[in-house]
Ligand binder design. Structure first.
Ligand code: ZN
Length: 456
């Protein structure tokens, strides 16, 4: 999409309320689970819905039976165990001291299975608390200890798969699911965890088989949705050539697009190196990039007509239309590659918690766009006065917002922001820590500054 078309839209779209337009454009979904696709700059406005697909959730620990008496265990220890068991059963918050008590009882009475169960339930409860606080490595460590003391129990094994999926560690989740499935080959939750881990590793044929295996043993709406989605992907990508490299899996029509495919690979590698340095981060998994002819792109990606490419946060894939290209890349396509790749980096770094304004602003910033050189003063005045609205205004304001953040703390501040979002899952606390204000107040402050800079 050319800048001229975008700017024309910005000028033509007349709507009241500058700050309100900004607010209205904010995504309604929570930052942790944005319900929108993030796409390249616009020419017209269209709905932005992506299927909301999440990994399975973990099971709560089973209720512990009452520990009334046990031969060889003094009443005081039974009392301690009973008190802890009651708190576990009532889902009260537990602390490190509780874990020490449970470990101590387990070590002193190794032959008492109820104390082993108590320790396991304590570990699973603590892991669930850590998971809520997005402390995934701590949660995984507690679940691994629970598996160690009680290898036959499935609760901790299922919990571990879920925590590793939450952490985005797809290959570790796959291996944890496979280990647990050796004991319970028909467990639908484990099968679905395995299927999701394969899907996110872009191992689509195996993922499809695993989702079908879920449906063979139980009904699961999310497994059904994934089967439909993977079957559609297989149709859309049927006959494509695939190149698997360390950072990318690139698929394209081999007959028609051999040379342009090779060019895009080179561009991807070059921009990957630049973005790794700028954002001080490398995505842990290879990124799937699928190149389509223009019409096939719209039906395959479900992306809006104005988009020049799309990164889908629900499957981590980039889809780009390259219709009409034969040999070399146009500057437009090169910009689309940088833009969508930035989304993939930001999504990975922030673990999906980055607000759309940060996504789109940073993606344009990395393309080299700047407010002053991309828009003329009349357009900027329209933006500040709220006479511009719609997708064009949203992208312009997102770029302006990121320029504002760059002026405050530079790229280092933005990298801290993304890292903190990934660690806490909370955009507001990350904004407070880096810029002193939560997300909304940061936006308000930004808009006041913009008004001062471009007075009407
Ligand atoms: Zn975008």
């Amino acid at each position: 999409v050319t800048r001229a078309a975008e700017n024309a839209l910005l000028l033509l779209a007349l709507c009241a309320g500058g700050y309100f337009a900004w607010q209205r454009l904010k995504p309604a979904a929570t930052p942790a689970q944005p319900s929108v696709q993030v796409a390249s700059p616009p020419a017209t406005l269209a709905p932005l819905d992506a299927p909301d697909v999440s990994p399975p959730s973990p099971a709560a620990p089973a209720s512990l039976p009452p520990l009334e008496e046990a031969p060889g265990i003094p009443e005081s220890d039974i009392h301690t165990a009973r008190t802890l068991a009651r708190r576990v059963n009532q889902r009260e918050p537990l602390f490190a001291a509780d874990l020490r008590i449970a470990e101590d009882l387990f070590v002193r009475y190794p032959g008492e299975p109820r104390l082993r169960d108590l320790l396991e339930a304590t570990l699973v409860t603590l892991a669930s608390q850590e998971r809520t606080n997005r402390r995934f490595p701590e949660a995984a460590a507690q679940l691994r200890r629970a598996i160690e003391i009680h290898p036959d129990s499935l609760t901790a094994r299922k919990g571990l798969v879920v925590v590793l999926l939450d952490a985005g560690d797809w290959s570790a989740a796959e291996s944890a699911a496979r280990t647990a499935l050796t004991a319970q080959p028909r467990d639908p939750e484990l099968l679905e965890g395995l299927a999701y881990a394969l899907f996110r590793q872009d191992r689509n044929r195996e993922a499809l088989e695993a989702f079908r295996a879920v449906l063979a043993v139980a009904d699961s709406p999310s497994a059904r949705e994934h089967v439909a989605r993977l079957e559609k992907n297989a149709r859309d990508e049927g006959g494509m050539t695939e190149q698997r490299l360390s950072h990318f899996h690139v698929r394209y029509d081999g007959e028609e697009h051999t040379e342009v495919g090779r060019e895009i690979l080179r561009a991807l590698e070059r921009h990957y190196a630049t973005l790794s340095r700028a954002l001080d981060h490398q995505p842990s998994e290879a990124i799937a990039v699928i190149l389509f002819s223009r019409e096939a792109y719209y039906s395959a990606s479900g992306a809006p007509r104005w988009s020049g490419g799309v990164f889908d946060h629900t499957d981590g894939r980039i889809r780009i239309p390259i219709g009409g290209l034969t040999r070399s890349l146009t500057p437009d396509i090169d910009n689309v590659v940088v833009h969508e790749l930035t989304h993939a980096f930001v999504h990975d770094r922030s673990r999906g918690a980055a607000p759309r304004e940060v996504h789109e602003g940073l993606a344009q910033w990395m393309e080299g766009k700047r407010l002053d050189s991309s828009y003329d003063p009349r357009e900027l005045a329209a933006l500040v006065e709220g006479r511009a609205s719609g997708v064009g205004a949203f992208y312009a304001l997102a770029l302006a917002f990121v320029e504002h953040l760059q002026a405050l703390r530079g790229q280092g501040g933005i990298n801290d922001l993304l890292r903190l979002m990934g660690e806490t899952g909370d955009a507001d606390s990350a904004f407070r820590e880096v810029y002193g204000d939560d997300f909304r107040s940061s936006q308000q402050r930004f808009f006041e500054r913009l008004r001062q800079k471009y007075p009407s």
